[in-house]
Write a protein that binds this ligand. Sequence first.
Ligand SMILES: Cc1cc2nc3c(=O)[nH]c(=O)nc-3n(C[C@H](O)[C@H](O)[C@H](O)COP(=O)(O)OP(=O)(O)OC[C@H]3O[C@@H](n4cnc5c(N)ncnc54)[C@H](O)[C@@H]3O)c2cc1C
Length: 394
Amino acid sequence: MPADHFDTVIIGGAVIGSAIAYFLSDNPDYTGTILVVEPDPTYELSSTTLSCASIRHQFSNPVNVELSLFGTEFLADFHNRVEVGGNSPDLCFRDTGYLFLSTDSGWATLEASHRTQTECGADITLMDREQLGHRFPYLAVDDLAGGSIGVAGEGTFDAFALMWGLRQCARRNGAEYATDRAVGLQVEDNRVVSVQLESGRTVGCNHAVNAAGPRSAAIAEMAGIELPVEPRNRSVFVFDAAEPAERNLPMIVDPSGIYVRSEPPHFIAGAPPTDDMAVDPDDLTVVHEEFRDLIWPVLVQRIPSFDRLKVKHSWAGHYAYNTLDQNAIVGPAQPVENLILANGFSGHGLQQAPGVGRAVAEKLTYGEYTSIDLNQLGYARVVAGEPFPESAII
Ligand SMILES: Cc1cc2nc3c(=O)[nH]c(=O)nc-3n(C[C@H](O)[C@H](O)[C@H](O)COP(=O)(O)OP(=O)(O)OC[C@H]3O[C@@H](n4cnc5c(N)ncnc54)[C@H](O)[C@@H]3O)c2cc1C
C-alpha cells in the first residue's frame, strides 16, 4: 500500500463529488478516509455553477421523481444538515414550481407522468386548456391541450450555496480536498489501485469515484471504461421585458423544449440547440443566435407581452450529456468494480445530487443501496445498450 493512501478518492469536487463526500463523511458506519480531488476551487467553470439551479418533481420515471423528492427534503432542512459552527450558506430557495405545457400529441404522456408523480407522493396539478388559461392569463394556450404545475417543493435556489454547504460540512467531518487534477488511474486485476495527480502525487485507494462531470468519459477511459458522456453546450440568456404581463413566472417548459422563468428582477431562458453536438470541454462560447432564432420567436408567441425584450447577459455551461438516454449513470463500472460512476446527469444533476450522494455513500459503506434503489441507473444498461426510459428531459 502506498504511504499516500485514502479509502475513497473522489475525482471532481463540485456538487456531485461534494454530495458523495458529505454523505460518506456524515455516516457513522463509514470509517474510511476520503480525499476529494478538484482542480478549480473557484468552481468557475463547473456545470454546477453554470446551471439554471432548479428542482422539479415532474419526471416520468419513479426513480427520478424519488431522487428529486429527496432533493427537496434535503434543501428544506439544508441549514440543519450542513451547518458548521452554526453557519450555512443561504440557499435562497424560491418555491416557484415548474409548468410543463403540452399539445394534444404529448397529453397522454403528461397524464401518465402525472399518475406516476402522484403515486410517488409529488404534489402536481394537471390542468386542461381552460384551467391553464384561467390560471395563467398571460399565456397563449390555443394550441395547447393543457399543462401540469408543481404545487410545492419545485423551484430555484443558489447552486453554488448547495455545493459549498456540502463541501464545507464534508471537510468539517474529515474529508480532505486537494487542489489537483487526476491524470491517470493505475488498474491491476480490474481494480483501481491508485490515482495519479497532475502535481506528481500518487494516491492509493480502495475505491475511486468518478464525479468529473462533462469530463467524466476521460476519467473512465483511464481505467479502460467506455462512458457515453460528452460535453454539450447549453447557452442561457438573461433578459428584461419592456412591459411583462407577469413578473413571477414559474419555470415554464414549452412543448418546443424552450424554457423560461423569472430570475428577479430579470428573466432567463434557454433552448435545446438544433445542432446538438459534443464540444471541446474548454469551449464555453455562448451561441447568441439561439436567442434570436430559437427562443424569441417561441417566447413571443407563448407570452405575447414579451414582444419587447432586451438581452442583458448570457452564459454557457456544459451538460454532461449521456448519449444513450440523457440520464445519470450511477454505480460500479464493469469490469473495474471499485471505480464508482456518478456521471451523465445531462440537465438534472444538481437536484439529484443529494439523492445520488446518499446512494453512492450507501453503496460504498454497505455494498448496496439502502434508501432509493439506483440499480436501474447502473452501468449495466450501458453495457447492454438498453436506454433507461425518461420522457421529461429538458
Ligand atoms: C445551462 C445548464 C443548466 C442546468 N440546469 C439545471 C437545473 O436547473 N437543475 C438541475 O438539476 N441540473 C441542471 N443542470 C445540470 C447540472 O448543472 C449538472 O448535472 C450538475 O451540476 C453536475 O454536477 P457534477 O458535479 O457532476 O459536474 P460539475 O459541476 O461539472 O463538476 C465536475 C467537477 O469535476 C472537476 N474535474 C474535471 N476533470 C477533473 C479531473 N481530471 N480531476 C479532478 N477533477 C476534475 C471539475 O473541475 C468540476 O469542478 C444544468 C446544466 C447546465 C449546463
